[in-house]
Ligand binder design. Structure first.
Ligand code: NAP
Ligand code: ZN
Ligand code: ZN
Length: 347
């Protein structure tokens, strides 16, 4: 057992505070990672605020982790001391269910181990995330960060990147596909860059015009201000695939109406509020409303390699441990351009 410094929550409402947490001994298949960077995902905030149900405190969140291998277990073969590595949303899974066998550990039928607020199969404790100095993770759930990626900008790929890449691939976004991305925050801006790199025709749907120039710079072909009713009406029936990354309740019917026949709206945003979906927003155009979560370990590695190959990186703002509470407030007011990353050396 070792203790490391962290910043975390002691209840649902108060600001995060400095904490000391314990990390398990490095087992034969474990890797000890000295964390350098941890991205701030809106899911961190939903979790701590109890939006998805009650949790146990204290809790350290963070599932966009990049660091260096500091120690390896006796049986580790996949990683070496000093390697630049990452950890995303899941840190283990059963490996034997039908989904794990297909490499879809994000859909493990026995419930995978979330990097934070999960139950660690190694010792039964509640997992604690990346807003900390170090983490011990099973080698199979540690990603190799390709040499072409800047470690300081890479952490957001481990959640925001894969959560948009996976549905883009599953619904076959590519040349000739008309893709809409709703909400341009951490996930949304990665969705735009990745869809554009896959060759799709990309439209950003965002509130107001503040993000228009950025959207076009990230590779979007078109920008629609969702508060402009006439501009929205013009887009009716014009998309094959829409990915909603909105973190708050959304009038989903409006967006279903933007799909062509056989179009799919894939919701990855996870607001506390349920959606209301009239049957006839789906039936007449054989539309699909779907959800998607992160991606499997193999797909995350594929996405990292894709980003290195295409020179794609998240737009990040580096913050110190002292600035994390302010960063959370700015995420909540959609004042993030486009992902905060904690420099964990400041803990
Ligand atoms: P984020 O950076 O805060 O971006 C969310 C975006 O949603 C904002 O930039 C804003 O876009 C839009 N938005 C926020 N409040 C809104 C409102 N009241 N009405 C309409 N639009 C609003 O958050 P994120 O980290 O990208 O995460 C987005 C959501 O995805 C969160 O709910 C998060 O929990 C969820 N998530 C899910 C998965 C998964 O596995 N499915 C993985 C990661 C995150 P504009 O300003 O451009 O309108
Ligand atoms: Zn996340
Ligand atoms: Zn499984």
């Amino acid at each position: 057992m070792r203790t490391v410094k962290a910043i975390g929550a002691v209840n649902a409402t108060d600001p995060l505070v400095p904490l000391t947490i314990e990390r398990r001994e490095v087992g034969p298949h474990d890797v000890l990672i000295d964390i350098d960077y941890a991205g701030i995902c809106h899911s961190d905030i939903h979790t701590i605020r109890g939006d998805w149900g009650p949790i146990a405190y204290p809790q350290v969140v963070g599932h966009e982790i990049v660091g260096r291998v500091a120690q390896i277990g006796s049986a580790v073969t996949k990683h070496q001391l000093g390697d630049v590595v990452g950890v995303g949303c899941q840190s283990n899974s059963c490996r034997t269910c039908a989904q794990c066998e297909q490499g879809h550990d994000q859909y493990c039928l026995n419930g995978n181990t979330q990097t934070y607020n999960g139950v660690d199969p190694a010792d039964g404790t509640i997992t604690q995330g990346g807003y900390s100095q170090a983490v011990v993770t099973n080698e199979d759930f540690v990603l190799a960060i390709p040499a072409g990626l800047d470690p300081a900008k890479t952490a957001p790929l481990l959640c925001a990147g894969i959560t948009t890449y996976s549905p883009l691939k599953h619904w076959k976004a590519g040349p000739g596909t008309r893709v809409g991305v709703v909400g341009m925050g951490g996930l949304g801006h990665m969705g735009v860059k990745l869809a554009a790199a896959l060759g799709a025709e990309v439209t950003v749907l965002s509130r107001g015009v503040k993000k228009k120039d950025d959207a076009l710079a990230f590779g979007a072909n078109r920008y629609v201000d969702t508060t402009d009713a006439a501009a929205m009406a013009e887009m009716a029936g014009s998309f094959d695939l829409i990915i909603s990354t909105v973190s708050a309740g959304l009038d989903i019917t409006t967006y279903l109406g933007l799909l062509d026949v056989d179009g799919a709206l894939v919701n990855v945003g996870a607001p506390a509020e349920p959606f209301s979906v009239p049957a006839f927003s789906l039936i007449p155009h054989r539309r699909t409303l779907a959800g998607s979560t992160t991606g499997g370990i193999a797909e995350i590695q594929e996405m990292l390699d894709f980003c290195a190959e295409h020179g794609i990186h998240p737009e990040t703002e580096l913050v110190s441990a002292e600035e994390v509470n302010e960063a959370w407030e700015r995420v909540l007011s959609a004042d993030v351009r486009y992902r905060f990353v904690i420099d964990t050396h400041t803990l």
